[in-house]
Design a protein around this ligand. Structure first.
Ligand code: MOS
Length: 731
């Protein structure tokens, strides 16, 4: 009975619901003291001087680190952010809320009180806070996709052919700054033992944290150990190693004691990235039969001052590959503001870019008086039109069909405002979803002990999505032993290295290595059994590993005996797998179809999402329960994007004015309807041996467009920005 696919409970579920699962801030060390960050209250300028006398005299204060005494940190090349102000390396102020000092005191309360008593004098400069005012000064990113490709691309002659279309659209869409708002705050506990650093920190990438801290402190990677067994959400905000983790380690080195530094909820709006605001211009041209003639997608995203580093929201990458159109161009530009450095946030690029593209596609379908799904099918890409390669697999047609059927799409009447229930306008909207299938090298170690119990280890992460559970299932099938006898260990940089848990790649990267390591373990056990002799010419293939035994036709040898003989406490193998040349030959993407029903009070304009259906081609699903949770979570995230989420920045001061979870609106249970998720079966073993495409980001892509399109269908009002608010549709 295969375990892969089964909806088993989380192996760490009991630990989590009983509070036994330890998160970074919950680890305890003797002698620990507390660090609290002091932040700038201006957005641009520099620090003229500190008055620390009052703060330093307060009870429990050990020291205050400022740019005057912080000492020099190095800047490892791979790190997204450079090392200026926020790491106390100079006195420039580049955004409101920038870290300018760390107060270290015996208790958290003492450190907080002293941090509030730090006085700062500034040289104030004029802050750039309006993206719209600076659009004309936009510039191309220097390290787009970490330098993997240029920010612009084109095929054919989209500007030349645009005018030959029967219907031409030239539209602008806007998405706001959004923050991840992970439930667990960013937290670090740092301790030095001589020149060796141990750090418990909330991170999506322990290998990256290890490399970053080693680089910044100029020590060997092997002298830095990162521990993160559990994560209370990251959504991309814990992908990089942000300054607070470094400052905790710096503080611990300074006071020669372990230091715990936990961000306040408000500090999580300035200290660990955000989804930048985007302005997206889309030009579509179509013939009368609904065949796209020309596509242009010009994306602008808001940035910090360039001295802080670079991040660019890759809004138009899905546009390149989603539809078969011969003439197409995309560009990506940045607008520098006095703001913190933005970063990846769940489906970075796709979430905001597909909102624009799939809204525009809906506008085109409406202009052509064509069913929105039929219009997508008219332009269905059988192969990747940008990379000119076949897809490793693509079951998007089946997503359209199964999603439409479950939703009842055929009962939709095309005209806006044509479906109602008394005073309530009903709208049905649709959008396509897509996200790349990523994979990186990952190493796994498997051990079997004398009792036949197995420990599988990898330096990967469980960001709350179920890595512990699904990897146990993969190992169970690969070894043919029950999950109860398998323990998966992760979240420690002393384990074999694995990639960052971002880009929806953990399963596709670590899973194949678990399979390969388990297969190698079986071979090793067979070697050990066969080398003992006495199998009378039985073939190696015929031997089986079962219930702690090596089983042949007429003989069984307990694995415990083999372990005993080896003189070690266990039999162990370590294997690394990595993507092969399939990446060159195939284009790898997951797909989906999103269907939204909205109900809108026609007098008050209140918008409720009343039904949602998402059908997904995410490749092979490892656990039907954790997968469905991720799909529902992603759609919920998308509903938040469509109707609620927006970080508001005061134009005068450059300060986030809703830096709390009361005024940064997010969906709660009462905002979320019945969500029906459909998995379209499609084992994509071309993309990776496990056949999984990744499921973390895909389900939120297209949700905002499906809802915006439903709002248009309900009201006849086209809203080209999110969040869509009551005032946008009261016309
Ligand atoms: Mo995700 S934004 O790649 O953590």
């Amino acid at each position: 009975m295969p375990m892969i696919g089964k909806p088993i409970d989380r192996t760490d579920g009991r630990l989590k619901v009983t509070g036994a699962a330890r998160y970074a801030a919950e680890f305890r060390l003797p002698g620990v003291v507390h660090g609290v960050l002091v932040q700038s209250t201006i957005a641009a300028g520099s620090i003229a001087g500190f008055d620390l006398s009052e703060a330093e005299a307060m009870p429990g204060v050990l020291t205050i680190i400022t740019p005057d005494n912080a000492g020099k940190l190095q800047h490892p090349e791979h790190v997204q952010q450079t090392v200026p102000g926020p790491l106390l390396q100079n006195k420039d102020i580049l955004f409101n809320g920038q870290h300018i000092a760390v107060v270290i005191a015996g208790t958290l309360e003492q450190a907080e009180a002293a941090a509030a008593a730090v006085r700062v004098r500034y040289f104030n400069a004029e802050a750039a806070t309006s993206m719209d005012a600076l659009l004309s000064q936009a510039y191309p990113p220097k390290h787009f996709r970490n330098g993997a490709r240029p920010p612009d691309s084109s095929r054919g002659d989209p500007d030349g052919t645009f005018n030959s279309g029967a219907v031409k659209l030239d539209l602008t869409y806007i998405t706001p700054i959004e923050h991840h708002n992970a439930m667990e705050p960013h937290a670090t506990l740092a301790a030095w033992n001589g020149d060796k650093l141990t750090v418990w920190t909330a991170t999506q990438g322990i290998s990256g944290a290890q490399a970053t801290l080693a680089g910044q402190f100029g020590i060997d990677k092997s002298d830095v150990r990162i521990i993160c067994p559990y994560l209370g959400g990251g959504f991309g905000s814990k992908g990089n190693t942000w300054p607070p983790a470094t400052l905790a380690a710096l503080a611990a080195r300074t006071v020669k004691r372990p230091v715990k530094l936990v961000l306040s909820r408000a500090q999580m709006y300035t200290s660990n990235g955000y989804r930048p605001r985007t302005v997206q211009k889309i030009k579509l041209s179509s013939d009368i039969d609904g065949r796209l003639i020309s596509v242009r997608h010009d994306g602008f995203s808001s940035m910090s001052q360039p001295a802080l580093g670079e991040f660019s929201e890759p809004v138009a990458l899905a546009t390149e590959m989603l539809y078969a159109c011969p003439d197409l161009a995309v560009t990506h530009r940045l607008v520098a503001l006095n703001a913190p450095l933005p970063t990846y946030m769940r489906a970075p690029g796709e979430a905001s870019g597909v909102f624009a593209l799939e809204s525009a596609m809906d506008e085109m379908a409406a202009a052509l008086k064509m069913d929105p799904i039929k219009f997508r099918l008219q332009n269905y890409a059988e192969t990747d039109p940008h990379e000119n390669k076949p897809f490793a697999s693509k079951a998007l047609r089946a997503c359209y069909e199964q999603g439409a059927q479950a939703f009842g799409w055929d009962k939709r009447s095309a005209e806006p405002r044509s479906m109602r229930d008394g005073n309530t306008l009903i709208g049905w909207g649709f959008a396509t979803s897509t996200y790349p299938t990523n994979r990186q090298p990952a190493a796994v170690r498997v051990r079997m002990d004398r009792a036949g119990n197995v420990t599988v280890q990898s330096g990967t992460q469980d960001i709350g999505t179920g890595t512990y559970t699904v990897m146990t299932q993969v190992a169970s099938d690969a070894l043919g032993i029950p999950v109860q006898r398998i323990r998966f260990e992760l979240g420690d940089s002393s384990l074999p290295p694995a990639p960052v848990s971002g880009g929806s790649q953990t399963v596709a990267s670590v899973g194949p290595s678990v399979q390969a390591a388990c297969a190698a373990l079986i071979e090793k056990i067979k070697d050990m059994a066969l080398s003992g002799g006495g199998w009378r010419g039985q073939s190696r293939e015929a031997l089986q590993i079962r219930d702690g035994l090596v089983v042949g036709a007429d003989r069984r040898v307990p694995i415990g005996a083999l372990v005993e003989k080896s003189g070690h406490p266990f039999i162990e193998v370590e294997v690394q797998t990595k993507p092969g040349e399939e990446k060159q030959r195939f284009s790898m993407h997951a797909f989906g179809a999103q269907f939204a029903e909205v109900r809108i009070d026609q007098d008050l304009g209140e918008i409720r999402v009343s039904r949602f259906v998402g059908a997904f081609d995410a490749g092979r699903v490892l656990n039907a329960k954790t997968a469905s949770s991720q799909l529902i979570g992603g759609i919920t995230y998308g509903i938040g994007m469509a109707l609620l989420e927006e970080t508001l920045v005061d134009g005068e001061t450059g300060r986030v004015v809703n830096a709390n979870v009361a005024e940064y609106l997010m969906p709660v249970n009462a905002d979320i309807p019945d969500i029906q998720t459909i998995i379209v079966p499609n084992d994509d073993t071309t993309s990776n041996p496990l056949g999984a495409k990744g499921i973390g980001e895909l389900p939120m892509v297209g949700v905002a467009a499906a809802i915006a399109n439903a709002v248009y269908h309900a009201t006849g009002v086209r809203v080209r920005k999110v969040p869509i608010r009551i005032e946008d549709i009261l016309v």
